[in-house]
Design a protein around this ligand. Structure first.
Ligand code: PLP
Length: 476
Protein backbone atom coordinates (compact mmCIF):
# COMPACT_ATOMS: atom_id res chain seq x y z
CA UNK A 1 0.00 0.00 0.00
CA UNK A 2 1.19 3.50 -0.79
CA UNK A 3 0.28 6.79 0.74
CA UNK A 4 -1.53 9.43 -1.23
CA UNK A 5 -1.61 13.11 -0.42
CA UNK A 6 -5.31 13.79 -0.98
CA UNK A 7 -6.86 17.11 0.04
CA UNK A 8 -4.37 17.43 2.84
CA UNK A 9 -5.23 13.94 4.19
CA UNK A 10 -3.02 10.91 3.70
CA UNK A 11 -5.01 7.86 2.66
CA UNK A 12 -3.99 4.26 2.12
CA UNK A 13 -3.77 3.93 -1.61
CA UNK A 14 -3.01 0.70 -3.51
CA UNK A 15 -0.96 0.65 -6.70
CA UNK A 16 -4.12 -0.53 -8.49
CA UNK A 17 -6.09 2.49 -7.24
CA UNK A 18 -3.26 4.83 -8.10
CA UNK A 19 -3.22 3.34 -11.60
CA UNK A 20 -6.99 3.77 -11.93
CA UNK A 21 -6.74 7.41 -10.91
CA UNK A 22 -3.74 8.42 -12.94
CA UNK A 23 -2.93 6.22 -15.96
CA UNK A 24 -4.55 6.20 -19.42
CA UNK A 25 -4.33 2.67 -20.88
CA UNK A 26 -4.15 2.02 -24.63
CA UNK A 27 -6.81 -0.32 -26.04
CA UNK A 28 -8.54 -0.74 -22.70
CA UNK A 29 -12.16 -0.16 -21.73
CA UNK A 30 -12.20 2.93 -19.53
CA UNK A 31 -15.50 1.71 -18.07
CA UNK A 32 -14.12 -1.72 -17.15
CA UNK A 33 -11.05 -0.32 -15.44
CA UNK A 34 -13.22 1.72 -13.11
CA UNK A 35 -13.88 -1.52 -11.26
CA UNK A 36 -11.33 -4.06 -12.54
CA UNK A 37 -7.68 -3.87 -11.53
CA UNK A 38 -4.88 -3.25 -14.00
CA UNK A 39 -2.64 -6.26 -14.50
CA UNK A 40 0.61 -4.96 -13.08
CA UNK A 41 3.68 -6.68 -14.43
CA UNK A 42 6.41 -6.99 -11.86
CA UNK A 43 9.41 -8.60 -13.51
CA UNK A 44 10.59 -10.78 -16.37
CA UNK A 45 13.56 -12.99 -17.12
CA UNK A 46 14.25 -15.09 -20.18
CA UNK A 47 10.82 -16.31 -21.33
CA UNK A 48 9.02 -15.85 -18.01
CA UNK A 49 6.84 -12.97 -16.81
CA UNK A 50 5.78 -12.46 -13.22
CA UNK A 51 2.88 -10.21 -12.28
CA UNK A 52 2.37 -8.32 -9.03
CA UNK A 53 0.24 -11.15 -7.62
CA UNK A 54 3.06 -13.63 -8.18
CA UNK A 55 1.51 -15.37 -11.20
CA UNK A 56 4.22 -16.67 -13.53
CA UNK A 57 3.54 -16.89 -17.25
CA UNK A 58 5.47 -18.29 -20.18
CA UNK A 59 5.54 -15.30 -22.52
CA UNK A 60 4.37 -16.40 -25.95
CA UNK A 61 3.51 -12.82 -26.91
CA UNK A 62 7.02 -11.37 -26.88
CA UNK A 63 5.42 -8.40 -25.13
CA UNK A 64 3.82 -7.07 -28.29
CA UNK A 65 5.71 -9.12 -30.90
CA UNK A 66 8.83 -7.21 -29.89
CA UNK A 67 11.02 -8.79 -27.19
CA UNK A 68 12.92 -10.91 -29.70
CA UNK A 69 15.93 -11.76 -27.52
CA UNK A 70 13.91 -12.45 -24.36
CA UNK A 71 13.86 -10.54 -21.07
CA UNK A 72 16.50 -9.33 -18.65
CA UNK A 73 19.65 -9.51 -20.77
CA UNK A 74 22.44 -7.96 -18.74
CA UNK A 75 24.53 -7.53 -21.90
CA UNK A 76 21.99 -4.98 -23.13
CA UNK A 77 21.96 -3.20 -19.79
CA UNK A 78 25.74 -3.02 -19.98
CA UNK A 79 25.66 -1.62 -23.54
CA UNK A 80 23.11 1.02 -22.47
CA UNK A 81 25.14 1.95 -19.39
CA UNK A 82 28.34 2.34 -21.43
CA UNK A 83 26.53 4.42 -24.06
CA UNK A 84 25.00 6.69 -21.42
CA UNK A 85 28.33 7.22 -19.76
CA UNK A 86 30.04 7.97 -23.09
CA UNK A 87 27.44 10.18 -24.83
CA UNK A 88 23.93 10.00 -23.41
CA UNK A 89 22.50 12.25 -26.08
CA UNK A 90 23.28 14.00 -29.27
CA UNK A 91 21.05 14.58 -32.29
CA UNK A 92 21.42 14.25 -36.04
CA UNK A 93 20.17 17.72 -36.94
CA UNK A 94 22.24 20.09 -39.04
CA UNK A 95 24.65 17.35 -40.14
CA UNK A 96 25.51 16.13 -36.62
CA UNK A 97 26.01 12.42 -36.05
CA UNK A 98 27.22 9.80 -33.58
CA UNK A 99 29.22 6.63 -34.00
CA UNK A 100 26.59 4.14 -32.81
CA UNK A 101 23.98 5.46 -35.25
CA UNK A 102 26.45 5.44 -38.13
CA UNK A 103 27.44 1.82 -37.42
CA UNK A 104 23.83 0.73 -36.93
CA UNK A 105 22.71 2.29 -40.24
CA UNK A 106 25.50 0.56 -42.11
CA UNK A 107 24.61 -2.73 -40.41
CA UNK A 108 20.88 -2.48 -41.21
CA UNK A 109 21.59 -1.76 -44.86
CA UNK A 110 24.01 -4.71 -44.88
CA UNK A 111 21.30 -7.00 -43.49
CA UNK A 112 18.92 -5.93 -46.26
CA UNK A 113 21.58 -6.38 -48.91
CA UNK A 114 22.92 -9.71 -47.67
CA UNK A 115 19.87 -11.36 -46.10
CA UNK A 116 16.80 -9.95 -47.85
CA UNK A 117 17.96 -9.70 -51.45
CA UNK A 118 17.24 -5.98 -51.32
CA UNK A 119 20.43 -4.28 -52.56
CA UNK A 120 18.40 -1.20 -53.48
CA UNK A 121 18.01 -0.09 -49.85
CA UNK A 122 20.20 2.99 -49.47
CA UNK A 123 19.61 5.13 -46.36
CA UNK A 124 18.12 4.88 -42.85
CA UNK A 125 16.05 7.49 -40.99
CA UNK A 126 15.22 6.99 -37.29
CA UNK A 127 12.24 7.59 -35.03
CA UNK A 128 10.96 6.04 -31.84
CA UNK A 129 7.85 3.98 -32.73
CA UNK A 130 6.37 1.95 -35.56
CA UNK A 131 3.66 4.57 -35.89
CA UNK A 132 6.06 7.44 -36.40
CA UNK A 133 8.04 5.26 -38.81
CA UNK A 134 4.92 4.89 -40.91
CA UNK A 135 4.18 8.61 -40.55
CA UNK A 136 7.63 9.29 -41.93
CA UNK A 137 7.01 6.93 -44.84
CA UNK A 138 3.59 8.50 -45.49
CA UNK A 139 5.30 11.90 -45.63
CA UNK A 140 8.12 10.57 -47.81
CA UNK A 141 5.61 9.37 -50.41
CA UNK A 142 4.26 12.92 -50.65
CA UNK A 143 7.71 14.52 -50.55
CA UNK A 144 9.03 12.24 -53.29
CA UNK A 145 5.94 12.93 -55.43
CA UNK A 146 6.32 16.69 -55.06
CA UNK A 147 10.07 16.71 -55.65
CA UNK A 148 9.74 14.75 -58.89
CA UNK A 149 7.06 17.12 -60.15
CA UNK A 150 4.04 14.82 -59.64
CA UNK A 151 2.46 16.29 -56.49
CA UNK A 152 -0.89 14.57 -57.09
CA UNK A 153 0.70 11.10 -57.01
CA UNK A 154 0.39 10.87 -53.24
CA UNK A 155 -2.48 8.53 -52.28
CA UNK A 156 -1.55 5.29 -50.54
CA UNK A 157 -3.38 2.00 -50.98
CA UNK A 158 -3.58 -0.02 -47.78
CA UNK A 159 -5.39 -3.27 -46.94
CA UNK A 160 -8.34 -3.97 -44.65
CA UNK A 161 -7.01 -5.80 -41.61
CA UNK A 162 -3.64 -4.07 -41.96
CA UNK A 163 -2.20 -2.44 -38.84
CA UNK A 164 0.27 0.40 -39.24
CA UNK A 165 -0.01 2.22 -35.91
CA UNK A 166 -2.12 4.92 -34.32
CA UNK A 167 -0.68 8.37 -34.97
CA UNK A 168 -2.96 10.30 -37.33
CA UNK A 169 -1.34 9.18 -40.59
CA UNK A 170 -0.58 5.65 -39.33
CA UNK A 171 -4.13 5.18 -38.03
CA UNK A 172 -5.41 6.32 -41.40
CA UNK A 173 -3.27 3.64 -43.05
CA UNK A 174 -4.53 1.06 -40.55
CA UNK A 175 -7.41 -0.91 -42.04
CA UNK A 176 -9.26 -1.93 -38.87
CA UNK A 177 -12.46 0.00 -38.23
CA UNK A 178 -12.38 -0.10 -34.44
CA UNK A 179 -9.34 2.20 -34.54
CA UNK A 180 -11.24 4.78 -36.61
CA UNK A 181 -14.60 4.79 -34.86
CA UNK A 182 -15.29 8.10 -33.09
CA UNK A 183 -11.81 9.47 -33.87
CA UNK A 184 -13.02 10.98 -37.13
CA UNK A 185 -10.60 8.81 -39.08
CA UNK A 186 -9.43 7.83 -41.62
CA UNK A 187 -8.24 11.10 -43.18
CA UNK A 188 -8.09 11.45 -46.93
CA UNK A 189 -5.42 10.19 -49.35
CA UNK A 190 -5.60 6.55 -48.22
CA UNK A 191 -7.71 3.96 -50.05
CA UNK A 192 -8.33 0.57 -48.44
CA UNK A 193 -8.52 -2.60 -50.47
CA UNK A 194 -9.58 -6.17 -49.62
CA UNK A 195 -7.91 -8.16 -46.85
CA UNK A 196 -5.82 -11.03 -48.32
CA UNK A 197 -6.95 -13.63 -45.77
CA UNK A 198 -8.33 -16.66 -47.53
CA UNK A 199 -9.66 -18.70 -44.59
CA UNK A 200 -12.04 -15.98 -43.44
CA UNK A 201 -12.73 -13.81 -46.46
CA UNK A 202 -12.97 -16.24 -49.37
CA UNK A 203 -16.45 -16.54 -50.82
CA UNK A 204 -18.20 -19.93 -50.62
CA UNK A 205 -16.62 -22.31 -53.12
CA UNK A 206 -13.85 -19.85 -54.07
CA UNK A 207 -10.43 -21.52 -54.47
CA UNK A 208 -7.31 -19.82 -53.12
CA UNK A 209 -6.26 -19.02 -56.69
CA UNK A 210 -9.67 -17.49 -57.47
CA UNK A 211 -9.50 -15.51 -54.24
CA UNK A 212 -6.09 -14.17 -55.26
CA UNK A 213 -7.47 -13.25 -58.71
CA UNK A 214 -10.25 -11.30 -57.00
CA UNK A 215 -7.79 -9.38 -54.78
CA UNK A 216 -5.64 -8.49 -57.76
CA UNK A 217 -8.72 -7.48 -59.76
CA UNK A 218 -9.83 -5.17 -56.97
CA UNK A 219 -6.39 -3.56 -56.79
CA UNK A 220 -6.44 -2.95 -60.53
CA UNK A 221 -9.96 -1.50 -60.28
CA UNK A 222 -8.91 0.92 -57.55
CA UNK A 223 -5.96 2.15 -59.59
CA UNK A 224 -8.18 2.56 -62.66
CA UNK A 225 -10.87 4.35 -60.64
CA UNK A 226 -8.56 6.72 -58.76
CA UNK A 227 -6.09 7.17 -61.63
CA UNK A 228 -2.53 5.85 -61.45
CA UNK A 229 -1.26 9.44 -61.50
CA UNK A 230 -2.86 9.95 -58.06
CA UNK A 231 -1.49 6.79 -56.40
CA UNK A 232 1.94 7.16 -54.83
CA UNK A 233 2.33 3.94 -52.86
CA UNK A 234 0.96 0.62 -51.67
CA UNK A 235 1.66 -0.35 -48.05
CA UNK A 236 1.72 -3.91 -46.74
CA UNK A 237 2.86 -5.99 -43.83
CA UNK A 238 4.42 -9.14 -45.37
CA UNK A 239 2.29 -11.12 -42.89
CA UNK A 240 -0.39 -9.07 -41.17
CA UNK A 241 0.23 -9.34 -37.43
CA UNK A 242 -2.36 -7.45 -35.44
CA UNK A 243 -4.98 -8.39 -38.05
CA UNK A 244 -4.53 -12.02 -36.96
CA UNK A 245 -1.33 -13.49 -38.49
CA UNK A 246 -2.78 -13.30 -41.98
CA UNK A 247 -0.56 -14.94 -44.59
CA UNK A 248 -1.34 -13.83 -48.17
CA UNK A 249 -2.35 -16.41 -50.80
CA UNK A 250 0.34 -17.97 -52.98
CA UNK A 251 1.52 -15.66 -55.75
CA UNK A 252 -0.18 -12.58 -54.28
CA UNK A 253 2.87 -10.39 -53.72
CA UNK A 254 4.45 -11.21 -57.08
CA UNK A 255 1.29 -10.04 -58.80
CA UNK A 256 0.94 -6.94 -56.61
CA UNK A 257 4.56 -6.03 -57.34
CA UNK A 258 3.99 -6.34 -61.11
CA UNK A 259 1.00 -3.97 -60.91
CA UNK A 260 2.93 -1.46 -58.83
CA UNK A 261 5.84 -1.54 -61.28
CA UNK A 262 3.51 -1.06 -64.23
CA UNK A 263 1.98 2.07 -62.66
CA UNK A 264 5.12 3.59 -61.10
CA UNK A 265 3.75 3.06 -57.57
CA UNK A 266 6.09 2.72 -54.58
CA UNK A 267 5.96 -0.28 -52.25
CA UNK A 268 6.13 0.42 -48.52
CA UNK A 269 6.85 -2.77 -46.60
CA UNK A 270 5.82 -2.48 -42.96
CA UNK A 271 8.26 -4.82 -41.22
CA UNK A 272 7.56 -3.55 -37.72
CA UNK A 273 6.67 -7.11 -36.63
CA UNK A 274 8.21 -9.23 -39.38
CA UNK A 275 11.61 -7.51 -39.26
CA UNK A 276 14.57 -8.95 -37.35
CA UNK A 277 13.86 -12.65 -37.52
CA UNK A 278 10.26 -13.06 -36.42
CA UNK A 279 9.25 -15.13 -39.47
CA UNK A 280 12.41 -17.26 -39.44
CA UNK A 281 13.94 -14.92 -42.04
CA UNK A 282 15.76 -11.69 -41.30
CA UNK A 283 12.96 -9.76 -43.00
CA UNK A 284 9.58 -10.51 -44.61
CA UNK A 285 11.06 -8.72 -47.63
CA UNK A 286 13.35 -11.71 -48.17
CA UNK A 287 10.72 -14.29 -47.29
CA UNK A 288 8.32 -13.03 -49.98
CA UNK A 289 10.93 -11.68 -52.46
CA UNK A 290 9.58 -8.14 -52.11
CA UNK A 291 11.19 -5.12 -53.74
CA UNK A 292 10.45 -2.29 -51.31
CA UNK A 293 11.06 1.40 -51.87
CA UNK A 294 10.45 2.17 -48.19
CA UNK A 295 10.58 -0.17 -45.20
CA UNK A 296 9.26 0.52 -41.70
CA UNK A 297 11.17 -1.08 -38.82
CA UNK A 298 10.67 -0.94 -35.04
CA UNK A 299 10.11 -3.52 -32.24
CA UNK A 300 12.80 -6.17 -32.89
CA UNK A 301 15.38 -3.53 -33.86
CA UNK A 302 16.13 -3.18 -30.13
CA UNK A 303 13.94 -6.07 -28.89
CA UNK A 304 12.03 -3.27 -27.10
CA UNK A 305 14.90 -2.55 -24.71
CA UNK A 306 14.77 1.01 -26.13
CA UNK A 307 12.03 2.73 -28.18
CA UNK A 308 13.34 2.95 -31.74
CA UNK A 309 12.00 2.85 -35.28
CA UNK A 310 13.55 3.25 -38.69
CA UNK A 311 12.48 4.07 -42.22
CA UNK A 312 14.76 2.44 -44.73
CA UNK A 313 14.81 4.32 -48.03
CA UNK A 314 15.61 2.84 -51.45
CA UNK A 315 18.05 4.28 -53.96
CA UNK A 316 15.32 5.36 -56.34
CA UNK A 317 13.62 7.51 -53.70
CA UNK A 318 16.91 8.72 -52.23
CA UNK A 319 18.20 9.75 -55.66
CA UNK A 320 15.30 12.18 -56.14
CA UNK A 321 15.81 13.64 -52.66
CA UNK A 322 19.53 14.05 -53.29
CA UNK A 323 19.23 15.52 -56.78
CA UNK A 324 16.60 18.08 -55.84
CA UNK A 325 18.26 19.02 -52.56
CA UNK A 326 20.13 22.10 -53.85
CA UNK A 327 16.83 23.65 -54.97
CA UNK A 328 14.60 22.37 -52.17
CA UNK A 329 16.86 23.15 -49.22
CA UNK A 330 17.30 21.06 -46.06
CA UNK A 331 15.34 17.85 -45.40
CA UNK A 332 12.78 19.42 -43.03
CA UNK A 333 11.82 16.29 -41.10
CA UNK A 334 13.22 14.72 -37.95
CA UNK A 335 12.70 14.23 -34.24
CA UNK A 336 14.67 15.08 -31.10
CA UNK A 337 15.38 11.37 -30.64
CA UNK A 338 16.16 10.48 -34.28
CA UNK A 339 19.37 8.45 -34.16
CA UNK A 340 19.60 8.42 -30.36
CA UNK A 341 23.09 7.17 -29.46
CA UNK A 342 21.88 5.03 -26.55
CA UNK A 343 19.13 3.45 -28.68
CA UNK A 344 21.64 2.73 -31.43
CA UNK A 345 24.05 1.11 -28.96
CA UNK A 346 21.22 -1.03 -27.62
CA UNK A 347 20.21 -2.01 -31.17
CA UNK A 348 23.81 -3.02 -31.95
CA UNK A 349 24.03 -5.16 -28.81
CA UNK A 350 20.65 -6.69 -29.67
CA UNK A 351 21.82 -7.59 -33.17
CA UNK A 352 25.03 -9.05 -31.71
CA UNK A 353 22.94 -11.41 -29.59
CA UNK A 354 20.65 -12.27 -32.51
CA UNK A 355 23.64 -13.20 -34.66
CA UNK A 356 25.74 -14.92 -31.99
CA UNK A 357 22.86 -17.11 -30.79
CA UNK A 358 21.49 -17.81 -34.27
CA UNK A 359 18.04 -16.56 -33.29
CA UNK A 360 16.74 -16.25 -36.86
CA UNK A 361 17.47 -19.92 -37.47
CA UNK A 362 15.97 -20.77 -34.08
CA UNK A 363 12.81 -18.84 -35.01
CA UNK A 364 12.49 -21.10 -38.03
CA UNK A 365 13.18 -24.36 -36.20
CA UNK A 366 11.21 -23.57 -33.04
CA UNK A 367 8.44 -22.02 -35.13
CA UNK A 368 8.06 -25.19 -37.20
CA UNK A 369 7.97 -27.22 -33.99
CA UNK A 370 5.41 -24.93 -32.33
CA UNK A 371 3.08 -24.73 -35.31
CA UNK A 372 3.22 -28.49 -35.90
CA UNK A 373 2.59 -29.15 -32.21
CA UNK A 374 -0.35 -26.75 -32.04
CA UNK A 375 -1.86 -28.25 -35.18
CA UNK A 376 -1.59 -31.75 -33.76
CA UNK A 377 -2.87 -30.83 -30.31
CA UNK A 378 -5.83 -28.83 -31.67
CA UNK A 379 -6.62 -31.03 -34.66
CA UNK A 380 -9.89 -32.27 -33.21
CA UNK A 381 -10.91 -29.20 -31.30
CA UNK A 382 -14.42 -28.25 -32.46
CA UNK A 383 -13.73 -24.50 -32.40
CA UNK A 384 -10.27 -24.25 -33.94
CA UNK A 385 -10.49 -23.44 -37.63
CA UNK A 386 -6.93 -22.86 -38.73
CA UNK A 387 -3.41 -22.78 -37.26
CA UNK A 388 -1.03 -20.88 -39.53
CA UNK A 389 2.08 -18.74 -39.64
CA UNK A 390 5.77 -18.52 -40.44
CA UNK A 391 8.57 -18.89 -37.93
CA UNK A 392 7.50 -17.57 -34.54
CA UNK A 393 4.53 -15.61 -35.86
CA UNK A 394 1.62 -17.99 -35.43
CA UNK A 395 -2.14 -17.51 -35.34
CA UNK A 396 -4.88 -19.85 -34.10
CA UNK A 397 -8.18 -18.83 -35.68
CA UNK A 398 -11.36 -19.74 -33.86
CA UNK A 399 -14.58 -20.58 -35.66
CA UNK A 400 -18.10 -21.31 -34.43
CA UNK A 401 -18.42 -24.08 -37.02
CA UNK A 402 -15.49 -25.87 -38.61
CA UNK A 403 -17.51 -27.13 -41.56
CA UNK A 404 -18.85 -23.76 -42.70
CA UNK A 405 -16.10 -21.56 -41.13
CA UNK A 406 -18.87 -19.48 -39.57
CA UNK A 407 -17.32 -16.85 -37.30
CA UNK A 408 -18.31 -16.37 -33.67
CA UNK A 409 -20.43 -13.28 -33.08
CA UNK A 410 -17.83 -10.46 -32.78
CA UNK A 411 -19.42 -9.19 -29.56
CA UNK A 412 -18.70 -12.49 -27.80
CA UNK A 413 -14.96 -11.75 -27.94
CA UNK A 414 -14.21 -15.47 -27.59
CA UNK A 415 -10.53 -15.10 -28.42
CA UNK A 416 -10.18 -12.56 -25.58
CA UNK A 417 -11.80 -15.06 -23.22
CA UNK A 418 -9.31 -17.69 -24.37
CA UNK A 419 -6.39 -15.33 -23.82
CA UNK A 420 -7.59 -14.46 -20.31
CA UNK A 421 -7.96 -18.17 -19.43
CA UNK A 422 -4.53 -18.97 -20.93
CA UNK A 423 -2.97 -16.35 -18.68
CA UNK A 424 -4.51 -18.01 -15.64
CA UNK A 425 -2.99 -21.28 -16.88
CA UNK A 426 0.46 -19.64 -17.07
CA UNK A 427 0.64 -18.74 -20.76
CA UNK A 428 0.74 -15.21 -22.19
CA UNK A 429 -0.71 -14.96 -25.72
CA UNK A 430 -2.59 -12.13 -27.48
CA UNK A 431 -5.99 -11.60 -29.09
CA UNK A 432 -6.40 -9.87 -32.46
CA UNK A 433 -8.63 -6.77 -32.55
CA UNK A 434 -9.77 -7.66 -36.08
CA UNK A 435 -10.99 -11.26 -36.11
CA UNK A 436 -11.14 -14.15 -33.64
CA UNK A 437 -7.47 -15.12 -33.62
CA UNK A 438 -5.12 -15.91 -30.77
CA UNK A 439 -1.56 -14.94 -31.74
CA UNK A 440 1.71 -16.53 -30.63
CA UNK A 441 4.90 -14.46 -31.02
CA UNK A 442 7.34 -15.63 -28.34
CA UNK A 443 10.89 -14.38 -27.98
CA UNK A 444 13.03 -15.93 -30.70
CA UNK A 445 15.19 -17.64 -28.07
CA UNK A 446 12.35 -20.00 -27.07
CA UNK A 447 13.55 -23.59 -26.62
CA UNK A 448 11.84 -26.72 -27.95
CA UNK A 449 10.90 -27.67 -24.36
CA UNK A 450 9.28 -24.25 -23.86
CA UNK A 451 7.38 -24.72 -27.14
CA UNK A 452 6.08 -28.02 -25.78
CA UNK A 453 5.04 -26.32 -22.55
CA UNK A 454 3.19 -23.64 -24.54
CA UNK A 455 1.39 -26.32 -26.56
CA UNK A 456 0.44 -28.18 -23.39
CA UNK A 457 -0.88 -25.07 -21.65
CA UNK A 458 -2.76 -23.81 -24.69
CA UNK A 459 -4.24 -27.25 -25.37
CA UNK A 460 -5.42 -27.47 -21.78
CA UNK A 461 -6.89 -23.96 -21.99
CA UNK A 462 -8.81 -24.77 -25.15
CA UNK A 463 -10.09 -28.06 -23.71
CA UNK A 464 -11.27 -26.31 -20.56
CA UNK A 465 -13.20 -23.82 -22.68
CA UNK A 466 -15.16 -26.15 -24.95
CA UNK A 467 -18.42 -25.70 -23.03
CA UNK A 468 -18.14 -21.93 -22.86
CA UNK A 469 -17.22 -21.67 -26.54
CA UNK A 470 -20.15 -23.94 -27.47
CA UNK A 471 -22.47 -21.52 -25.69
CA UNK A 472 -21.22 -18.62 -27.79
CA UNK A 473 -21.24 -20.70 -30.99
CA UNK A 474 -24.85 -21.70 -30.48
CA UNK A 475 -25.83 -18.09 -29.81
CA UNK A 476 -24.43 -17.09 -33.21
N1 PLP B 1 3.18 -1.41 -37.89
C1 PLP B 1 2.94 -2.66 -37.50
C2 PLP B 1 2.97 -3.76 -38.51
C3 PLP B 1 2.71 -2.95 -36.16
O1 PLP B 1 2.45 -4.20 -35.77
C4 PLP B 1 2.72 -1.89 -35.22
C5 PLP B 1 2.47 -2.16 -33.79
O2 PLP B 1 2.10 -3.22 -33.39
C6 PLP B 1 2.96 -0.59 -35.69
C7 PLP B 1 3.19 -0.39 -37.02
C8 PLP B 1 2.93 0.55 -34.73
O3 PLP B 1 4.02 0.50 -33.90
P1 PLP B 1 4.02 1.34 -32.52
O4 PLP B 1 3.01 0.71 -31.63
O5 PLP B 1 5.44 1.18 -32.05
O6 PLP B 1 3.70 2.73 -32.86
Amino acid sequence: MLDKQAGGERANYSLEDMDRNSVVHPLTSIADLRTADAKIMQSAAGMTLTDSKGLQMLDCSGGMWCVNIGYGRTEIAEAAREAIEKLNYWHLFGGASNEATIRLSDRILGLFHDHANAPQMARVFYGTSGSDGNDTNYKLVRYYATLRGKPDKKKIISRRGGYHGLTVAAATLTGIESYHKAWNLPLTDVVHTECPHYYRFARPGESEADFCDRLIGELEDIIAREGADTIGAFIAEPIMGTGGVLVPPAGYFERVQAILDAHDILLIVDEVITGFGRTGHWFGTGLFHLKPDLVTLAKGITSAYFPMSASVISGRVWQVLEETSPQVGPFMHGFTYSGHPVGAAVAMANLDIMEREGLVANAQAAGSHLIAGLRKRLANHPFVGEVRGHGLMIGVELTADRATRRPFPPASGVHRLVVARAQQMGLMVRASPFIEVVAFSPPLCISMAQCDLAIERFGATMDAMIGELAGHANAA
